[in-house]
Design a protein around this ligand. Structure first.
Ligand code: SF4
Length: 227
């Protein structure tokens, strides 16, 4: 059976994702937009679970931007060591706090342009802060959303920003944040990187499985590793 056209597939995909993942929210623990921004900076190339392990002590030591700014990157490093790239992340968090005090009276700004001007903030972090911190719809293209979008034929681009703009054209704006969260949940639970569980996948009827077959075949053809 041939797949419906992309425009017809998207609403079906969104409905299937919503039915399977009715609760859409970030897995990062936070209580303020500052905590959310810091947790998102820490989540680069790190799992949300690991970030959530370090943030309770970090947020307790640095409850405000002034606490981060008055500290040093070296002290922040001690709290975020296990999240990977920790020197860079600590430096960015410190510079982020200094810039917020200087340019935004100590408050995390709520527009894409202002967020992107801050140290350590790319479009992914900005979209998470906008979507989950301020309720402004944003499409977050992390590794899961990028991979799924390509498999589902929603974009051809490996570049996250190009993929984000393709998704913005396809997904109705009010749904951007929910859609991102549901794609992430589906990427973790079913459409995993190495061996997507296409049998029984709830969106299989609208998925062209781009790149999936070739990967599986390539893996099957690979000679066994000698013992
Ligand atoms: S059918 Fe397969 S490739 Fe498509 S979304 Fe489901 S698990 Fe991923």
């Amino acid at each position: 059976m041939s797949l419906p056209r992309l425009k017809e597939r998207v609403p079906l995909l969104m409905a299937a994702l919503e039915a399977n993942y009715p609760l859409s929210a970030t897995a990062l623990d936070f209580t303020t937009t500052l905590e959310l921004a810091v947790a998102t900076i820490l989540s680069a190339q790190c799992t949300d679970i690991r970030v959530n392990l370090v943030t309770p002590a970090l947020f307790a030591r640095f409850p405000t931007v002034h606490d981060y700014a008055a500290s040093t990157p070296a002290e922040i490093e001690g709290y975020v060591k296990t999240t990977g790239l920790f020197r860079n992340k600590a430096k960015n968090i410190h510079a982020f706090a200094v810039a917020i005090i200087k340019d935004h009276a100590g408050e995390v700004p709520c527009t894409m342009d202002e967020l992107l001007a801050l140290p350590g903030v790319g479009r992914k972090t900005a979209n998470v802060v906008l979507g989950d911190g301020f309720g402004v719809p944003g499409i977050t293209v992390d590794t899961h959303v990028g991979r799924l979008s390509r498999r589902l034929g929603l974009t051809k681009h490996a570049d996250a920003v190009k993929a984000e703009f393709d998704l913005m054209r396809l997904i109705p704006q009010p749904e951007w944040t929910h859609f991102s969260h549901r794609m992430i949940l589906h990427g973790r639970a079913v459409c995993v990187a190495r061996s997507p569980r296409c049998d029984g996948c709830p969106v299989a009827a609208v998925c062209p499985k781009r790149g999936v077959e070739t990967k599986v075949v390539a893996r099957l053809r690979r000679p066994p590793v000698p013992e």
